[in-house]
Design a protein around this ligand. Structure first.
Ligand code: ADP
Ligand code: MG
Length: 252
């Protein structure tokens, strides 16, 4: 697994510095939390990492690939998967079909050949269905595969989105507030699945999350942004007690 190197990253919007010379490294197979008060630049950072926004200056490297200037599609092709804050699964499709669509990037023969019922496509489809089942089991959704995604409770829908991202066989996952709006039980369950994604699958994760309990329990490293600037970067326990971080959160 490659590391992600954010190097002197700056993003300017008409006079406003949304990110100001930000540098941090996401080590392979770790959960790296990106936190900070509203307007700190977290979403802007995700938008640059996923190719939605252009950097004004600086660089983002994933292994040997320079991501700045690449399209969202090309970045996804390198195995960088993003899960948005709002639900994005088609509500009427079954969970299984949604997960199969997540594997689109990986199909050789493609869905046209599958539609034509070519033998090579049938074999490939069986392989993809088997992998979809494995991933559904990994997140604990195997019993919901035949149900419309929109009929699942909110927490399960978020897990289905995570499963769909895993179906892309990503090397880096960008999670935008994965436990927002969840009950305490759902939060625990999703946090456990995220830990499993790191520990069992070895996938690196960048996590934007407001729930400090989840951040402190899950993150190997925490980067704190405030008004676009990096004000702390390190182990959760150290960052939590950093006077600059306390000040930023208290808004002094
Ligand atoms: P966070 O996600 O940490 O709350 P954002 O990255 O959304 O912060 O925003 C950082 C700053 O950049 C804010 O002041 C926001 O208003 C500004 N901003 C974000 N996106 C745009 C945009 N597309 N155009 C202009 N300003 C933007
Ligand atoms: Mg945001």
């Amino acid at each position: 697994m490659p590391s992600l190197n954010v190097d002197h990253l700056t993003v300017r919007f008409a006079g406003l510095l949304a990110l100001d010379d930000v540098t941090f490294t996401v080590r392979p197979g770790t959960v790296h939390a990106l936190i900070g008060p509203n307007g700190a630049g977290k979403s802007t950072c995700f938008n640059v990492l996923s190719g939605v926004y252009r950097a004004t200056s600086g660089s983002v490297r994933f292994g040997e690939h320079e991501l700045t200037g690449m399209s969202p599609h090309s970045i996804a092709g390198l195995g960088v998967a993003r899960i948005f804050q709002n639900l994005a699964l088609p509500p009427h499709a079954t969970v299984e079909d949604s997960l199969l669509l997540g594997r689109h990037r990986l199909t050789r023969t493609g869905f046209v050949a599958a539609g034509l019922r070519l033998p090579s496509a049938a074999h490939e489809e069986r392989r993809h269905r088997a992998r979809v089942r494995e991933i559904a089991e990994f997140v604990g959704l195997e019993e919901y595969l035949g149900r419309p995604a929109g009929s699942l409770p909110y927490g399960q829908q978020k897990l289905a989105e995570l499963a769909r991202a895993l179906c892309m066989e990503p090397r880096l996952l960008l999670l935008d507030e994965p436990v927002a709006g969840m009950t305490a039980d759902e939060r625990r369950r999703v946090a456990a699945v995220i830990a499993g994604v790191r520990d069992s699958l070895g996938i690196s994760i960048v996590l934007v999350e407001h729930d400090m309990g989840v951040v402190m329990r899950l993150a190997d490293t925490v980067t704190v942004l405030d008004f676009g600037r990096l004000i702390a970067d390190g182990a959760p326990a150290d960052v939590q007690n950093d006077p600059d971080v306390v000040r930023a959160y208290l808004g002094e």
